[in-house]
Design a protein around this ligand. Sequence first.
Ligand SMILES: Nc1nc2c(ncn2[C@@H]2O[C@H](COP(=O)(O)OP(=O)(O)OP(=O)(O)O)[C@@H](O)[C@H]2O)c(=O)[nH]1
Ligand SMILES: [Mg+2]
Length: 426
Amino acid sequence: MDAGRKRERGERSLLVGLVLPQDEPGYEKPLAELARLAETAGAVVVDRVVQKRRRVHPATFVGRGKAREIRELVEAFGIDLVIFDHDLSPAQGRNLEKILDVNVIDRSELILDIFATRARTRQARVQVGLAQLEYLRPRLRRMWTHLDRQQAAGSGRAVGIGTRGPGETQIEVDRRIVRRRIQVLKRELEEIERQRNTRAAGRRGFFTVSLVGYTNAGKSTLLRCLTGAETLIEDRLFATLDTKTRAWNLPGRKRVFLSDTVGFIRGLPHHLVASFHATLAETREADLLLHVVDASNPDASAQMATVEEVLREVGAAHIPRITVWNKVDLLPDRMALQLLEGPHRKGLPLSALTGEGVPDLEAAVLEVLDAAQVTVEVLAHPGDGRLLAFLAEKGSILRREYRGGEEVRIVARLPRRYAGGFRRLE
Ligand SMILES: Nc1nc2c(ncn2[C@@H]2O[C@H](COP(=O)(O)OP(=O)(O)OP(=O)(O)O)[C@@H](O)[C@H]2O)c(=O)[nH]1
Ligand SMILES: [Mg+2]
């Protein structure tokens, strides 16, 4: 079957892209990213085809003539898999498989495949599994025509996912199985979110910062650089699929929490964004986002626009944000940064690899942290250990004045949300 099947390693693939009028300016190197995705999934890219069209062909996505041309390439080069850079409707996928007579997948399915192969934790697996089934649901018929053909060809690779009951067609059985499986996974995700909420409750009241950015921008490297966390760093797409949170000690003994999470990409499947709700919770609930940009990437500008779009989609667009121009060690000079910066977009040059720029980032975060806190005056009994501990833990104590044996006057900075019961000094 198509969705949900791990790609076999070394599949000989042909990439197909369509350049539509609205894509042209930003589409300098068509298919470069798709090739990287295909290689991440273990496929071998044999050839690429790009067609310029005014609009998508409703039945075959590319024009019919182009489809025939692709078929010739498939035969000539012994292609196993044709990958389209855009999303195909279920009908387009079906029609193309009929014409090309090999596996056809689209960008969403390729990304889902990569996530499925790389998911390590239970949470990531459940989330990817759910997204795959949602993707598969409207395509069940295509999957079966595909299996029928495989069986007819005697490949013996086909594996049915259900047994047919009396009076039921296979497609009805499949729909029922998929529906039930989706329910089971959704229930499991609810349980996972409950557990996460319990863990997150322990951090409530602390200032939390979340790293966001395009995949491979250097988020995990920055987490390691700032907190010393041991974490997976790789020069490949989607190295990180989970959220990791670590304490980050800022100068002046200020402690915040820093989270690293899954990276974004153009055309991230909507099902995937929806089912990664639990993984993206830290991002949604953060007090501050650090948008990590790979400033050395020629597509940095388009990548930033994608990240901003995904942030809107996951409901994190309103959170204050600091842009980090990462990988400046790779830039011959800082001129390139001027092109990335705009009137509403200032960024901090940084290298997560060399540590250059980290003090400026710390200062910028401290400034936001400070603005999110208020100064309060507290009159307490010197023996009230719980109150003193609360103030020290949630904020920072600036001054203590002992006024005779029975009273101590404390001036402290506290997050706004805890300051309600105390007298404000500003
Ligand atoms: N030269 C240079 N390379 C960097 C820098 N930061 C990260 N890298 C490299 O960029 C690649 C990706 O880094 P990661 O930290 O895994 O990127 P990520 O944003 O976490 O990527 P995903 O988890 O895949 O979304 C690795 O090869 C890093 O060594 C930097 O400041 N300079
Ligand atoms: Mg990472």
